[in-house]
Structures are given as C-alpha cells and as structure tokens.
Design a protein around this ligand. Structure first.
Ligand code: NAP
Length: 249
C-alpha cells in the first residue's frame, strides 16, 4: 500500500454509517465515499435527509443505499445488516455514530431517559458490532469506529446519562480491539468535542469561547479522523480526540 493514502485505498469496501442522515454521520458518509467506499446510510426518522446523502455519494461516484433502522432494536439491526449485504455486499467498515443527547439536569433524568440514552448510544454499538463480526472475521478484514465524546474526559454538557453511555462506548472499544487484532479487524473510538451540528445547536452551555481553538469543530473535521482510522491497519484500541484542544492526553 502507498505511504500516501489515495482514493483507491477504500475502493471495494462497504461502509455502514449509523446516523448517517445528518451532522457528523453525514460528513462521514461523504468522506468515506470520497475515499472510494460504497456507503449504507442508516437513519431513524429523516428519510429525505438520508436520501439526499445517497445522492451526494452517487455524485461522488460511489454506490449508496439508505436504510431505516432503530439501532437500539436488535431485530432492526440484523435486518439492516442483511439489507446492506444484499444491496451492496458485506459490511467491511462499521461506523457506530448514531446518538441522542438531550441536555438534562440530574434531577430531571428519569429511568426512561437513562434507558433510552443507553440503548441508542451504547447498546447499539454492541448490537451492530455483533451483527457485522461474523462477516468481517470471514473476510479477515474490518474497521470499526465508535463515536464517543470529550464528555467522558470532561464531564460534558448534556448530563450524567449521556456521559456514562459514551464511557461505555470506550469500554466496548477497548474490549473488542484486542480480541480482534489478530484477525485483521481494528476497533477504535473518536471522541469529538463541540461540533457544529443539530445536537449542540440549542445547548446554552455549548459556547465556542470555551474551546482553545476558539470555534466549534466542523463535522468534516471529525470525518477526516474516521477516514484515517478506516485506512489504517495498525491503530487499534485507541481513542482519537477531535476537540479543538478542550482535553489533551
Ligand atoms: P445529530 O446531528 O443529532 O444526528 C444524530 C444522528 O443519529 C441522525 O442521523 C439520527 O437519525 C441518528 N439517530 C438518532 N437516534 C437513532 C436511532 N435510534 N437509530 C438510528 N439512528 C439514530 O448528531 P451529531 O452531532 O452528528 O452526533 C453524531 C455522534 O457524535 C453522536 O453519537 C453524538 O453523541 C456524537 N458526538 C457529537 C458531538 C457534537 O458536539 N455534535 C460531540 C461529541 C460526540 P435521524 O436523522 O433519522 O433522526
């Protein structure tokens, strides 16, 4: 493989991006397509947005399918992974990006809130990973990138339930990575800081002056990190911070 990654690097790879209809996931779909991958855009409600992402992917030259599935529900996840296989081929790159975040004070968080956040943000990562693993193992090649958050390092601006779900994502990443490292499958996490998407649009605690770089991040800047991890076979079990200097390790 060339030292300098070119478009051909991900040619022939099939990427499933959960929550690909908007925000960071949308940018990841387009960046992976630019790198040569075919794309499955998962969405929960916003079908039109997902179809628009597919049109953009096809303009770039990739094949694309938009698939509705609630990533918190096992039956939806297995149906989606089977649909991707039929439409495009077996998933070789999984980006666990779908997430929900409703800012809440501790006293407002109910058991139902906790369960929803855990199911969508954390259980989904387990369900998706389990669903794609047999096929990645058979191919002896796979890339799994899980979206965590700087909230794990800093406490965050959403709530304890959100931060705990994103800490769990790091736990899954570090548990799967060594188990799969010998089989050509890497598992990494990306931990964004405050990125300009719908998710932080109405959060008064999200202020650019809090960021050392002095601005919110762009979704495309997170997407670049995901593409790098998708191309690299020697980085595994890591957390890549994309946070404008909010937290340094
Ligand atoms: P966003 O703009 O709110 O988009 C969320 C995406 O997730 C949408 O595509 C949505 O689909 C999808 N989704 C939500 N619930 C789903 C479900 N149950 N099943 C399937 N898809 C579902 O969020 P974002 O800012 O791009 O965030 C993407 C990821 O980065 C999340 O995991 C988030 O926690 C993480 N993150 C974001 C920031 C930030 O500052 N923005 C910082 C750190 C981490 P629909 O369009 O169909 O609703």
């Amino acid at each position: 493989m060339d030292a300098i990654a070119g478009k051909e690097d991900l040619e022939g790879k099939i990427a499933l991006v959960t929550g690909g209809s908007r925000g960071i996931g949308r940018a990841i779909c387009l960046a992976l397509a630019e790198a040569g991958a075919d794309i499955a855009v998962n969405y929960n409600e916003r079908e039109n947005e997902a179809k628009q992402v597919c049109s953009r992917v096809e303009d770039i030259g990739g094949r694309c399918v938009a698939i509705r599935a609630n990533v918190a529900i096992a039956a939806d996840v297995t149906r989606m992974v089977d649909s991707v296989a039929r439409a495009l081929g077996e998933v070789s790159i999984l980006v666990n990006n779908a997430g929900v975040a409703r800012p809440q004070a501790p006293e407002e968080i109910t058991e139902a809130d906790w369960d929803e956040i855990m199911d969508v943000n954390l259980k989904s990562v387990f369900l998706l990973t389990q669903a794609v693993l047999p096929r990645m193992r058979a191919a002896k090649w796979g890339r799994i990138v899980n979206m965590s958050s700087a909230a794990v390092q800093l406490g965050g601006i959403i709530g304890p339930h959100y931060t705990a779900s994103k800490a769990g994502v790091l736990g899954l990443t570090r548990a799967y990575a060594p188990l799969l490292a010998g089989e050509g499958i890497t598992v990494n996490a990306v931990a964004p800081g405050m990125i300009a998407t719908d998710m932080i649009a109405d959060n008064p605690k999200a202020r650019p002056e809090r960021v050392p770089v002095g601005r919110f991040g762009g979704a495309d800047e997170v997407a670049q990190a995901v593409v790098m991890l998708a191309k690299n076979g020697y980085i595994t079990g890591q957390t890549l911070n994309v946070n404008g200097g909010l937290y340094m390790n």
